[in-house]
Design a protein around this ligand. Structure first.
Ligand SMILES: Cc1cc2nc3c(=O)[nH]c(=O)nc-3n(C[C@H](O)[C@H](O)[C@H](O)COP(=O)(O)OP(=O)(O)OC[C@H]3O[C@@H](n4cnc5c(N)ncnc54)[C@H](O)[C@@H]3O)c2cc1C
Length: 422
């Protein structure tokens, strides 16, 4: 900004949000511009955001991920290499959708369901022309639409009617299979953030960018100033106006509102006798209903079941609470393994991402016609307010490595903008 070189400003760069994107940006800036002062502000009481691992005594050295769990595109996923650098273990057991073990009947119904699902995704891939919603690609009356709907919600976190075919077709996690981190994806991301100067419990409420050379940041813990701000909060936080921009940034708020977070929640169940279920095996609750859970039985061989609910079902179960979710999951497991399995199960932990105060959902999807708004959200304002986070990624949205990449990109742009300043 002309006429002011930022003298008296407290920080060169303030990064808002200590999730995958904020941490990646901070680490990148530390590496390429060690001369800069950087401060990471996080409203919550831990690092990681939607990456959050919890331990369980019966699970030994493995951790359970309430948020991201799979290193998608693992061979080229930046977090895979970082896991090695920070001393964590990448587990290469194939994912259920990539040749891993699945509980699946080998009958005509299952065969027909597979064919219907395959045909649906082929129709999506070959769609050209105006953007439409994912439900418009269903075949009216197809008996397997329920299962296609269930799979759709696991992918986008929303019912098919809400999300864009074009955005779905742009999704590309990169080459490579899907792996996991034994100690947890959340452990990995939060550990990578440890060397970054961070203040936890600091919620940014206002960003005043009226003045040349300084940005004033208001928080629940007082004010501070910076030359550059990087915003990495979720689209639901932005769209709800939880951070006021002064002057306002309506294009960012509108983009965020049309890239809302879908919902996926995980329920972890303890298994009293681990022999009761097969190790590291996947099971779909129902092959006909849309509102059904997907289950990872004994992940890493531990005496635990990971239930995954998405879309409207996840909203309902999160609202109704953990007992309702437990009873839903126990019913679906009992339908497969017999009523006695209930006696083996008890609640270990459950996520509630819709209610998470500083996040408000799980991963972003685009409304029909809104896919290009990912680029609008990612575009810096005046070379001094930058944006990153999974929703800013054109092809790797909804992932932790996509979030990482947007953080690195923003850090490189910030370094460029500050070097022009000097
Ligand atoms: C159940 C579930 C399963 C998932 N599975 C996978 C998976 O298998 N693989 C995968 O790659 N991805 C998965 N994801 C998605 C992945 O977790 C996210 O895409 C990624 O972690 C998002 O990172 P981010 O930095 O963009 O945002 P966030 O993690 O949301 O980080 C933003 C941070 O900003 C903070 N914040 C918000 N408002 C303020 C404020 N006003 N002031 C200060 N701080 C603020 C928040 O507390 C948060 O820590 C999953 C997510 C969920 C919920």
């Amino acid at each position: 900004m002309p006429g002011d070189n930022g003298k008296g400003v407290e920080q060169d760069v303030v990064i808002i949000g200590a999730g995958a994107a904020g941490i990646a940006a901070a680490r990148r800036l530390q590496a390429i511009r060690p001369d800069l002062s950087i401060l990471l502000l996080e409203a919550g009481d831990r690092l990681g955001g939607r990456a959050w691992s919890v331990g369980l005594p019966e699970a030994g050295d493995i951790a359970l991920d309430l948020g991201c769990g799979w290193l998608h595109g693992a061979r080229t996923n930046a977090w895979t290499a970082i896991a090695g650098e920070v001393g964590l273990t990448v587990d290469r057991t194939p994912a259920p959708w990539n040749g891993g073990r699945r509980l699946q009947r080998d009958d005509a119904a299952t065969q027909a369901a597979q064919e219907a699902i395959g045909a649906y995704f082929e129709r999506l891939d070959s769609h050209e022309g105006a953007d439409i919603d994912l439900a418009e690609m269903l075949e009216a009356g197809n008996p397997w639409n329920g299962q296609i709907r269930a799979i759709g919600t696991y992918i986008t976190g929303a019912e098919l009617e809400r999300s864009s075919v074009l955005d779905y077709n742009r999704y590309d996690p990169g080459p490579g299979p899907d792996w996991r981190v034994r100690e947890g994806y959340g452990t990995l991301i939060s550990r990578y953030g440890l060397p970054v100067p961070t203040r936890l419990g600091v919620e940014v409420t206002r960003i005043n960018h009226r003045h040349a050379g300084r940005i004033d940041i208001e928080t629940n813990q007082g004010g501070l100033s910076a030359r550059i701000v990087l915003v990495t909060v979720s689209t639901n936080v932005l769209a709800a106006g939880r951070i006021a921009f002064d002057p306002p940034l309506p294009d960012k708020i509108e983009a965020a509102a049309r890239l809302p977070l879908g919902l996926a929640d995980k329920l972890f169940l303890r298994l009293a006798n681990q022999e009761a279920l097969p190790a590291d095996t996947h099971m779909l609750g129902s092959i006909s209903r849309g509102a059904t859970g997907t289950y990872q039985l004994r992940p890493f061989g531990a005496a635990v079941v990971e239930a995954y609910f998405a879309g409207d079902l996840a909203h309902d179960l999160e609202r109704q609470g953990v007992e309702a979710a437990f009873s839903f999951a126990a019913d679906e497991l009992a339908a497969q393994f017999g009523a006695d399995i209930r006696k083996q199960l008890s609640v270990a932990d459950m996520s509630a991402w819709a209610a998470a105060p500083h996040i408000g959902g799980s991963y972003s999807y685009a409304e029909p016609g809104a896919s290009d708004l990912r680029g609008v959200l990612a575009t810096p304002r005046d070379e001094r307010i930058f944006f990153a986070g999974e929703a800013c990624s054109r092809a790797r949205y909804s992932t932790a490595h996509g979030a990482y990449e947007t953080g690195v990109t923003a850090a490189d742009l910030i370094a460029g903008s500050l070097s022009q300043d000097r």
